[in-house]
Design a binder for this molecule. Structure first.
Ligand code: PEP
Ligand code: MG
Length: 551
């Protein structure tokens, strides 16, 4: 038995034979050619095929991985249309009298080196795209079939790394697990593994060709792979895998069921999302709606401030796809740990206590209005709620609402369709002790409260959420935080508004019963936690005395 270790992307176990995923070794012709025109014609034909393939992959990725992931293939198609690159290839063919394959090999490598030497990490990462495109062009020139690399049997795929076009091309029905030597937690392998719920190991340095065809266990719980495992291991981990599968099947049975306790109390369980690419996860996990759309990801994914039109398209797509479910879109929460170059924010000594979130929006009115206009226009296409982050004072909420009303008036005059004002709830996040203490006054102005426990914990306990050294002091169940949550729920209910939790604590299963007993109306959690929470809620009986009081 051989053992490889790495970084696990997903807890879970996969058992199957290994398939080494390797591009066929192409022998690039090195000789001098005598018909450059014929070589250029071959090149043009191959380039056309690569562009068509990239466009096809783009369409496929839109369906399987979402718009954001698909965008890379549009960039690829554009790279293949780049005149400088094509001129460089043709120059080698014409002046050096070399084959199309040789010229492609040299020119793409040169361009990749140029990208690598750039300072901007985004541009550096484009070198991987160059190698990916070189391989595709060579495949077409030399008649190699990349599809054959995966084989026809379900397998644990082992690769050096996986390029975006490779991950999209893979036949997912044959993918039992994935192991790569390279890759980061945000690499394409990792993203694909998470979206498919497939165990995966990255940064596994032990992989080697001799593993091909051998039986293996990928143990995501312990971040390792056993090649040719012992009978004992096969039995133990095989049983664990079966237990996992049974649990998953049980959860699937909960789809379509209400989040109702044994004694008949129902709450909403929503999902948190970062953009249109998460729509599938909301649907697959049967969330009642979206309780937190972190709209700043629309800003973070853009190289310049996204226009009203760009934002409108993103929000409309989410609202339309998830209608009639409610989608709570939080206005831009930039600052603190989320910085953006084009915002040109001043350096601050204490960014977590600095100009962030709604504070930025209220000081940059035009920037704020661009988002509010996009949101109002998108409201015509689904059920929108708007949420403001990092509120500490009533005047901030009043001012934000006044700017929203100003946008509505402008859009009406411009003839845009919008949902009626009464259909769009406007709420706030409760993320600061100030907002907790001002709960009654804020509840008079807000349609709902959503408790951001990540920041509320940070500000209540004075523990920087970014600082790993403070872990020993961080008690996520600290009674002060739980009391702040209870006080917020009570304040909201005194004024007839609903109160939810959208911070990470909402998914903490050890607290679900406590939150239910506090009277929480909604929990918004990562999509994968929706069904497990539903299971707990449905097995809780609030008419029985609480097992323990945590606050
Ligand atoms: C929170 O603070 O709990 C929250 C949901 O917002 P974020 O994590 O994006 O700051
Ligand atoms: Mg927050």
């Amino acid at each position: 038995m051989q053992v490889g270790t790495g970084k696990s992307i997903l807890n879970g176990i996969a058992i199957a034979k290994i398939k080494i995923y390797k591009a066929p070794k192409l022998e690039i012709p090195q000789g001098i050619i005598d018909d450059p025109e014929a070589e250029i014609a071959r090149l043009d034909e191959a380039v056309e095929k690569v562009i068509a393939e990239q466009n096809m992959l783009c369409e496929k990725a839109k369906i399987t991985a979402g718009e954001d992931s698909a965008a890379i293939f549009e960039v690829h198609a554009m790279m293949m249309e780049d005149d400088d690159l094509m001129d460089a290839i043709k120059e080698i063919i014409e002046n050096q009298k070399r084959s199309a394959e040789y010229a492609v090999d040299v020119a793409f490598d040169n361009q990749a080196e140029v990208f690598k030497s750039m300072d901007d990490p985004y541009m550096q990462a484009r070198s991987a795209d160059m190698y990916d495109l070189k391989q595709s062009t060579l495949n077409f020139l030399m008649g190699a079939d990349p599809g054959a690399m995966q084989g026809t049997e379900p397998a644990i795929l082992v690769a050096e790394d996986l390029a975006p076009s490779e991950t999209v091309r893979l036949d997912k029905s044959l993918l039992v697990g994935m192991i790569t030597r390279e890759g980061s937690s945000n690499s394409h392998t990792a993203i694909l593994a998470r979206s498919m719920n497939t165990p995966a190991l990255i940064q596994c340095k032990e992989i080697n060709d001799s593993w091909d065809g051998k039986l293996a266990i990928l143990d995501g719980y312990n971040s390792c792979v056993y090649v040719e495992p012992t009978e004992d291991l096969l039995k133990t981990l095989g049983d664990k895998m079966k237990a996992d599968q049974a649990k998953l099947a049980l959860l699937q049975e909960l789809k379509g069921q209400p989040n109702t306790t044994i004694d008949g109390h129902t709450i909403k369980v929503y999902a948190n999302i970062g953009g249109p690419s998460d729509i599938g996860a909301v649907q697959q996990n049967d969330a009642d709606g979206v309780g937190l759309f972190r709209s700043e990801f629309v800003y973070l994914n853009s190289k310049e401030a996204p226009s009203e039109e760009d934002q409108f398209m993103a929000y409309k797509h989410v609202l339309e796809s998830l209608a009639p479910r409610t989608v709570v879109i939080r206005t831009c929460d930039i600052g603190a740990d989320k910085t953006i170059d084009y915002m040109k924010l001043d350096h601050e000594d204490n960014p977590a206590l600095g100009l962030r979130a709604l504070r930025i929006c209220l000081t940059r009115k035009d920037f704020f209005k661009t988002q509010l206009r996009a949101l109002l226009r998108a409201s015509a296409f689904g059920h929108l709620a708007i949420m403001f982050p990092m509120v500490i004072s009533v005047w901030e909420l009043k001012k934000a609402k006044a700017i929203l009303a100003e946008c509505r008036l402008e859009l009406e005059k411009e003839g845009y369709k919008m949902a009626p004002e009464s259909d769009i709830e406007v709420g706030i996040m409760i993320e600061t002790p100030a907002a907790v203490f001002m709960g009654d006054e804020l509840a008079e102005e807000a349609d709902f409260f959503s408790i951001g426990t990540n920041d509320l914990t940070q500000y209540t306990l004075a523990i920087d959420r970014q600082n790993a050294k403070l872990e020993p002091f961080l008690d996520t169940h600290h009674p002060a935080v739980l009391r702040a949550i209870k006080a917020t729920i009570d304040a909201g209910h005194r004024h007839g508004i609903w109160v939810g939790i959208c911070g990470e604590l909402g998914a903490d299963q050890a607290l679900t019963e406590t939150f239910l007993r506090m009277g929480i109306d909604e929990l918004s959690v990562n999509a994968k936690s929706v069904l497990p929470l539903r299971k707990i809620i449905r097995s809780t009986d609030l008419s029985k005395p609480a097992a323990n009081k945590l606050y």
